[in-house]
Design a protein. Sequence first.
Length: 136
Amino acid sequence: MRSVGTSRLAKEFLDSATGQYDELVYVNLKETSAMYVNICAQLTVSVQFHPNDVKSLESMLVCAVSTRKTQYVFFFDNGEYFIDNEAETREPLQNVFVALFKQNNIKVILTSTTKFQLESLRRIYHVCELQPLKPT
């Protein structure tokens, strides 16, 4: 269901995890067109790229975070927008998820109101269904 509190859960998690990890990166997948720019800005990664060269930007981003000794949590919120995207947008996003999942210094959390699978990662992820949150 939509509007059960997944974004609120994301914000509460980020607030509670401050200090436990070196870097917390929040990515709202409602705004996939600016996703890479937003991630790079949060990580203070300076990259030169052509806006249509997503593969190059993906490689630079993953290289930048994988070579640091920093422990990251990437929190991708609103994953249902990822599913609803056209295939040309969905595939590069899936490639970023897979590349980040494979890094030892990165934890990835994805909230979504739509169930989906990243086939190549079936062994290493966990699904937790969230019931609607109550004010208490």
